[in-house]
Design a protein around this ligand. Sequence first.
Ligand code: GH3
Ligand code: MG
Ligand code: MG
Length: 317
Amino acid sequence: MSVVNVFTKEYTLMYSTIVFGSVCLINFLLMFTKMNKNILYLCFTLEAFALLCFYFITGIPEGFSALWVCLIPSFALLFFGGKKGSLFCLGELIVMIVLFWTPWGQSLFHYQYTKSFLLRFPFLYVAIYLLSLFVEFIRDQTQRQLIQSEEKYHYLYRHDALTGLYNRYGFNETIEKAFENNKIDKISVIIMDIDNFKSINDKYGHLAGDEVLKSIASVPTSVMCEHCNFCRWGGEEFMVLMQCDHDPLVMAEKIRKKVEDNPIIYDKQTINVTISLGVAIVTDMKNISINDIIIKADDCLYKSKMNGKNRVTSVTI
Ligand code: GH3
Ligand code: MG
Ligand code: MG
């Protein structure tokens, strides 16, 4: 059985300080580089292999003992992450000082390792490296799933499930953004409401009603420009926010006509649908809030309903 000899106390202290100290310092610096964790694990593993080679070539036992100094940051990184892991490296440095520079620490040293025992360590390192890759993989997967469900939640919070359009919350955010940007000098709001929708539900059923809603929801998008925003404002009410040079009255009339001219076919039945619209056109943005504009558009919609439905009523503010 080959046994590594014990060095003299002076040599042990010198080698220990140089080998352990430099390994501790390298690990500490590596932890601070904010490198990808997997690369860090790889660095620690390569460092360990370098130490083993150093030991086998020189026979200096610190080459082997310092392997533990590489193991600790790998574990620290695995369990505590980069920031806390680097504190562990600092802890290592302190332990090293206590072990090598205090009589108590020095009295603990006694090297007696067999080669077959030492040869197990490369495998141990590969195992740690693979384990760390596995843990990181699981961590990444969990994080990705978390991000995905968060994105889904945000989408559902802002969008209407039936039509895929913005709902009131999503739309309000768009409006707030538009109003934050003080450069706006004109804005128009079109509110539209399906005529006699309750009767459509009663006559053709709720599923047919849903199809009508989806179909109506696709109409404004086909005539709007990129500067218009559109949402499902409520049950069977929709709203368009225009911030462009297009004439809102022309736009509203186009939408009304398109709905009137395109009956919806559901379950081999033809459903004739019409809508009423209210348009508020704002030419002076001073001293007016979005709520005032919506109230004015709503008043116009009410007038369209009162005057026989399937029509556009507008007001210029
Ligand atoms: P008006 O011409 O005055 O607007 O009459 P209306 O029947 O369209 O209006 P009313 O407010 O009386 O009815 C709206 C109906 O819209 C009542 C409600 O059941 C229906 N509704 C609201 N949301 C949905 C939905 O998501 N799907 C279906 N199928 N119906 C809906
Ligand atoms: Mg209605
Ligand atoms: Mg309504």
